[in-house]
Design a protein around this ligand. Structure first.
Ligand SMILES: Cc1ncc(C[n+]2csc(CCOP(=O)(O)OP(=O)(O)O)c2C)c(N)n1
Ligand SMILES: [Mg+2]
Length: 731
């Protein structure tokens, strides 16, 4: 601000409790935001940028929020319209323009994300996606993590030997978490899921609904029964509610101040519903004249917060017309200079595309995790369901043991999911044994580590994974459970678009290295469709996600330890049928036993045929291989992949070069299954080594039926594998 303006201000008294300087600053931010939008629109028309979506009409509400909160202390999960909010928090206009042109130096995403997809480490603005409402659950998890660190400061300490060496933690006792969305996005389940947990756990989250009356072309009454979201949410306990004129920055600021005070006092979350309007179409790819009447658009124009604020400054004698002109010209110049600067910026190099898919700090395939040597350790630390001291523990036992070990070692680790606690009503623990998961894999964890670290989630898979993203970006280690693989689909959006993508889309700035444990698979005799599904290839098709699928107790223990200690998100698939099988039991290997990812195991050496598999097909393939040898003299080399992404191509290639014949077998359906990729790569890279076509084995292309006769026919059996071995040898 120049001297002429500030001296004029000093003669004017405070307005509505706000100093004249504050009023001018509000207008400056609002106007600068509009200038940046207009400048981007110009650049888009000149084809110098590739997308534009604006904050026009929302500026007053957003500036009110920015000025009520503390950048770098509070946390922010904004949405794509929040330019004025981010300006108010301190994101420089130049950075906004760098993202618009897709520059290498765009600090939010390195040219990977559309404009207005925010991210800033110093300002605590966590990387925004385009998916509507996913960010609300991240905000909830973030608030839980902040509260956890303020109660357990020792957990924030760095530690060598795992992800903590690279995950800095910052927290402040009275921080609040801000998250925003449009009114249309309140239709998403994740909106209600976030309110549920924020309310239940009295979390300091401010939900800001920016209600502009439209979701692209869909008016509010289509999304919101009765047309007013405030009325629908009014009965959630523990909330502070405010409904404000979002074109009035002072009213908005006051609402956010009250909301923040409620949150900081530990009373619970807040819900600020601001009525604003869309000054332009949804984005530059939309034309609102196609679905809004001229009268409606004209009436909205009268509510423009910029015009209203300008009139107010004049009316209240805060600025003269000349001073307003001066302020506006400065903002226009600032926007133009930011654009000019961005247009000169270097563009990203194509060589860098694969950077930040996974952690560059900690490689889970590396020797750092190669403590394959099991100790001759004493009794296992968990709740054993097989005989303690028998020396042969089940997979279920050794997973449970690993969870106990790692919770002891790492105070940042929390475990939650459906029914994973021993008993949510803690008082009952004095007289009951405890549930500890429907398969008892988390048994005893709540009893040993307390309800703050081990707790039941609502029955809601997206809630589980979405919160894990929020925990993860704060540097915690959520190890969550999805009760059955068959019910992972509500969380798919969070896994695919958020959890696995966080690091890449933010150009390595943010990451959420959570572990999702999932019981999977069939051969259950009566498991039927909804307790027997496979489908791992759908997840190995997601860059950024590690996928692990052990076949025995020892591997499960060592691989889970690596999953928990590593710096990437991991999908840890546990075959239900293998949980308590006699096959593959092992002694407890001690609390440091780890197995690196991407290292297959030769279960049985052989010279005639390579058989590549994993999971529950490992014991079945072993049976088939032994019969093939006994009955047909065929020497099968059986490879257990153990991890599916990454996978051990070298082990496959070395074996195929030796045997020249290969079968890839899995329990999941044949078509588009995991084996298709392996078979294709063998065909492409090892064609000259082959003496026969690559053979695949998988389930029939149906779901798994209830009646055991049908289940047996649908899933591959040892006989199926034996037949294939004999046929391939004879080829
Ligand atoms: C999950 C998801 N579905 C669809 C879209 C496409 N989309 C982008 S913005 C939008 C409308 C959002 O409207 P609203 O929540 O009211 O926010 P506004 O843009 O009006 O501020 C839609 C459907 C998306 N980004 N994410
Ligand atoms: Mg809207």
């Amino acid at each position: 601000m120049d001297l002429a303006i500030s001296s004029a201000i000093e003669t004017v008294s405070a307005v509505g409790g706000l100093s004249p300087q504050r009023m001018v600053e509000i207008y400056r931010l609002m106007y600068l935001s509009r200038c940046l939008d207009d400048r981007e629109i110009l650049l888009k028309r000149q084809q110098k940028i590739f997308f534009q979506i604006s904050a026009a009409g929302h500026e007053a509400l957003q500036v009110g929020a920015a000025l009520a909160l503390r950048p770098g202390v509070d946390w922010f999960f904004p949405y794509y319209r929040d330019r004025a909010l981010c300006l108010g928090l301190g994101v420089p206009p130049a950075d906004m323009m760098l993202q618009a042109v897709g520059a290498a130096t765009d600090p939010a995403s390195g040219g990977r994300q559309m404009p207005t997809h925010w991210s800033s480490i110093p300002l605590n603005i966590v990387s925004t996606s385009s998916s509507t409402s996913t960010q609300l659950l991240h905000a909830v998890g973030c608030a839980e993590a902040g509260r956890y660190f303020s109660r357990h400061p020792e957990a924030a300490r760095k530690a060598a030997g795992d992800y903590r060496a690279f995950r800095d933690v910052k927290y402040q006792g009275d921080e609040v978490v801000f998250t925003s969305l449009g009114e249309g996005s309140t239709s998403q389940g994740e909106f209600w899921e976030a309110l549920n947990t924020a309310s239940n756990r009295k979390l300091p989250v401010i939900f800001c609904v920016e209600d502009n009356g439209y979701a692209i072309s869909t008016p509010v009454e289509v999304n919101t029964p009765g047309g007013n979201i405030s009325k629908l949410v009014a009965n959630f306990p523990n909330f502070y509610f405010a409904e404000v004129d979002g074109t009035d920055p002072v009213a908005s600021l006051r609402a956010f101040e009250a909301a923040a005070a409620h949150c900081r006092a530990g009373k619970g979350p807040a819900f600020v519903h601001g009525h604003c309007f869309r000054a332009y179409s949804h984005s530059l790819s939309d034309d609102d004249r196609l679905y809004r009447s001229a009268a409606e658009r004209e009436a909205d124009g009268l509510r423009d917060p910029l015009t209203k604020m300008q009139m107010r400054l004049l009316r209240e004698g805060i600025l003269t017309e000349e001073q307003i002109n001066d302020l506006e010209q400065r903002a226009e110049r600032e926007a133009a200079e930011a654009a000019e600067h961005a247009l000169q910026a270097p563009l990203p190099a194509v060589e860098g595309i694969e950077q930040h898919v996974y952690s560059e700090d900690l490689d889970p395939t590396s020797a750092a995790f190669a403590s394959e040597q099991a100790e001759a350790a004493g009794s296992h630390p968990g709740k054993s369901t097989s005989a303690q001291g028998s020396g042969a523990h089940t997979m279920a036992d050794l997973i449970n043991a690993c969870l106990h070990d790692e919770m002891r070692r790492d105070p940042r680790m929390v475990v939650y999911g459906e029914d994973v606690a021993d008993a949510s009503r803690e008082a009952a623990l004095a007289e009951v044994k405890g549930k500890g998961g429907v398969f008892k894999l988390t048994a005893g964890l709540q009893t040993e580590f307390g309800s703050e670290r081990v707790f039941n989630s609502p029955l809601c898979e997206a809630n589980i994974v979405g919160r894990a993203v929020g925990y993860g970006v704060r540097g915690m280690k959520p190890v969550v459970e999805i009760q059955f693989f068959d019910y992972i689909w509500p969380a798919m959006h969070q896994i695919h678009n958020e959890l696995a993508l966080m690091r890449w889309r933010s150009h390595g700035v943010w990451a959420a290295p959570a572990v999702i444990r999932v019981p999977i698979g069939g051969y259950l005799t009566g498991g039927s469709i909804y307790h027997s599904q496979s489908g791992e290839s759908i997840f190995t098709h997601i860059p950024g996600l590690r996928v692990v699928f052990p076949s025995n107790a020892l591997d499960a223990n060592g691989l889970l330890r690596t999953a928990i200690r590593c710096d990437d998100p991991v999908l840890f698939l546990e075959h239900k049928r293998l949980y308590r099988e006699t096959h593959g039991r092992a002694p407890y290997p001690g609390p440091e036993f780890a197995i690196p990812f991407g290292k297959a195991k030769i279960v049985r050496p052989g010279k005639d045929i390579t058989l590549v598999t994993y999971g529950a097909l490992v014991p079945r393939a072993l049976q088939a291989a032994e019969r093939a040898q006994r009955e047909h003299g065929i020497e099968t080399e059986l490879i257990d992949l153990r991890t599916l992404s990454p996978y051990d191509w070298e082990a496959i290639a070395t074996s195929v070069r030796k045997t020249s014949r290969v079968i890839v077998a899995h329990e999941d359906m044949l078509s588009w299954g995991y084996g298709a990729e392996i078979a294709a790569r063998i065909g492409e890279e090892l064609f000259d080594d082959l003496d026969a076509p690559v053979k695949r084995i998988g389930a029939m292309d149906t779901f798994v039926a209830y009646q055991p006769i049908l289940e047996d026919a649908i899933l591959p059996q040892p006989e199926t594998i034996l037949k294939a071995l004999v046929e391939l040898k004879a080829y």
